[in-house]
Design a protein around this ligand. Structure first.
Ligand code: F6P
Length: 540
């Protein structure tokens, strides 16, 4: 296969970049009065304004040519039809099956998986109803008041993000907490004011072997049994979400209280599987199912819309344009909704664990940039922290702004102020303020360079009517598929994560070395030996 950078479609973009890199958004807008309405797209209740990107129509055409040349459409079909596109693990990639409507059919290894998906959803729904209604009682006959999800990575970030995002819809006499870090502080602080009789733990782990999760789960069991004093209590206070029934049973959780999923769901793509059990308990099955519909509607859009009107494809191509031609290193995701506090953190794993790769599907080292660093915080907090660098620093940081027409908590005049800031920020980034404009404000000449803004800093604006469960599902699926398209063009496997393994293996070797002052003799590099020795000495 011809390497990506030697394709004519890539080289055409390189040439075009030479022509475009010094063109200012001010001129692009001045020369095209309809740009702000023309370079927009609506899908599944999301409105994307991509006019404030450093692109001309020709840029979009060339990027679309690249996508076609890279076989994006065929790769989309391969994923949705259950081909084993995760080649290093020989697995299908079918998170889309998690939201496939009842009655549809997606076949993996000769089995239609949709009925299994719905069987688990129904089991989750029945359990969630029992917790929400108080029908499920703890070991001593008390109602469950707090649900503690123990998991990490995809078994934590999705549930915690969505629990916060859909907090408006949650049943307020129940609280979910999330323990992920192996730092004991996380568990101790999460449980310090809880009564074990009223607490349910969801041990959430695809593999059920993850060190952090199993350490926290063991501490949770000990914490529970210290008060309840009877192994039989575990069955009333622990349930599991996993693909590994054997390990779940070994831990002592009744496999009737296990909610399964499948190896064709990657951890970071699993929040709409049983991994979302805590969320379903919080918001109820109807809201959860509406979220799934949002995911599914975006899946359908992604699968069926032509590439030029395909929102995940366009967002992927715009991101690639900055990543590979402007050498931008990161993408800031800036949701202007307090409920989306953890959205950027969630996208960090989704994007960086998926596309943080440098080996192609054919096993070659890439000679181009792959996945960007994802970061961000909800507005307007970030404005008073890091936006300075985005506006006037030396780095080009493309931004995704996300806003909603209606607030779920319409407290006058907050929402207009919030949204005015979305529009103002994208405007300031794109158009800046010239030295002449600053001078016209009567600013002293020596201060003019400090107070001028170059502008020409690109952003997307995503608007939706209201942060509903459906909208959240659509938004997450949008980013899932965007990440997919970029990985498809970069010719990498977006669905494995071997890069996290080495650190895990080394930690397992080092951990027993910490408990003794002298044994075993340390045989690492001199830095690691010295650090371990210092730690050992402090334990004396
Ligand atoms: O170590 C990375 C990782 O495998 C993630 O991909 C995954 O989401 C996380 O660990 C947790 O894994 P598990 O759900 O198996 O505990």
């Amino acid at each position: 296969m011809t390497s990506l950078t030697s394709r004519t479609t890539w080289q055409a973009l390189e040439n075009h970049f030479g022509d475009l890199k010094n063109v200012h958004l001010r001129d692009l807008f001045a020369n095209d009065p309809s740009r702000g309405t023309r370079l927009t797209l609506e899908a599944v209740g999301l409105y994307l304004d991509y006019s404030k990107n450093r692109v001309k129509d020709e840029t979009i055409q060339l990027l679309l040519e690249l996508a076609k040349d890279a076989g994006v459409s065929a790769k989309i079909n391969a994923m949705f039809s259950g081909e084993k596109i995760n080649i290093t693990e020989n697995r299908a990639v079918l998170h889309s099956a998690l939201r496939a409507p009842r009655g549809s059919s997606i076949v993996v290894d000769g089995v239609n998986v949709v009925p299994e998906v719905h069987a688990v959803l129904d089991k989750m729904a029945a359990f969630a109803d029992q917790i929400r209604s108080g029908a499920w009682l703890g070991f001593t006959g008390k109602r469950i008041k707090t649900i503690v999800n123990i998991g990490i990575g995809g078994s934590d970030l999705g549930p915690v993000m969505a629990y916060k995002a859909l907090g408006f819809y949650s049943q307020r006499n129940l609280e979910c907490r999330f323990v992920s870090n192996v730092d004991g502080t996380d568990f101790v602080e999460a449980t310090r004011d809880l009564n074990p009789e009223e607490t349910l733990f969801i041990v959430c782990s695809k593999t059920f072997t993850t060190l952090e999760t199993m350490t926290n789960a063991n501490s949770a069991r000990a914490w529970c049994l210290k008060s309840l004093n009877d192994d039989a209590a575990v069955a009333r206070h622990f349930v599991a979400v996993s693909t590994n029934a054997l390990e779940v049973a070994k831990f002592g959780i009744d496999t009737n209280n296990m909610f399964g999923f499948w190896d064709w769901v990657g951890g970071r793509y699993s929040m709409d599987s049983a991994v979302g059990l805590s969320l379903m308990i919080a918001i109820g099955q109807d809201n959860f199912r509406q979220m799934l519909e949002g995911f599914h509607d975006m899946d359908t859009h992604f699968q069926t819309a032509p590439l030029e009107q395909n929102m995940p494809v366009l967002m992927a191509l715009l991101g690639l344009w900055y990543n590979n031609f402007f050498d931008a290193q990161s993408l800031a995701v800036l949701p202007y909704d307090h409920y989306l506090t953890y959205f950027s953190a969630y996208l960090q794993q989704l994007d960086m664990e998926s596309n943080g790769k440098h080996i192609t599907l054919e096993g070659q080292t890439v000679d181009y940039q792959t996945g960007p660093v994802i970061w961000g915080q909800p507005g307007t907090n970030g404005q008073h922290a890091f936006y300075q660098l985005i506006h006037q620093g030396t780095k080009l940081i493309p931004c995704d702004f996300i806003g909603f027409m209606q607030s779920l908590n319409p407290l006058e005049p907050h929402h207009d102020i919030l949204m005015a800031n979305v529009f103002a920020q994208t405007q300031a980034l794109a158009f800046g303020k010239t030295a002449e404009e600053v001078a016209r404000d009567g600013i002293k000449p020596e201060l003019i360079p400090h107070r001028a803004f170059d502008g020409n800093r690109p952003s997307n604006t995503l608007l939706a009517e209201k942060l509903t469960p459906h909208c959240l599902g659509a938004l997450i699926a949008l980013y899932e598929h965007k990440v997919f398209v970029q990985g498809a063009i970069w010719d990498i496997n977006s669905f494995d994560q071997w890069g996290v393994e080495l650190g895990k293996v080394l930690a397992q070797k080092i951990e027993p070395e910490l408990s003794s002052e002298t044994e075993p003799k340390l045989e690492h590099d001199s830095s690691t030996n010295a650090l371990i020795t210092k730690y050992r000495n402090s334990r004396k």
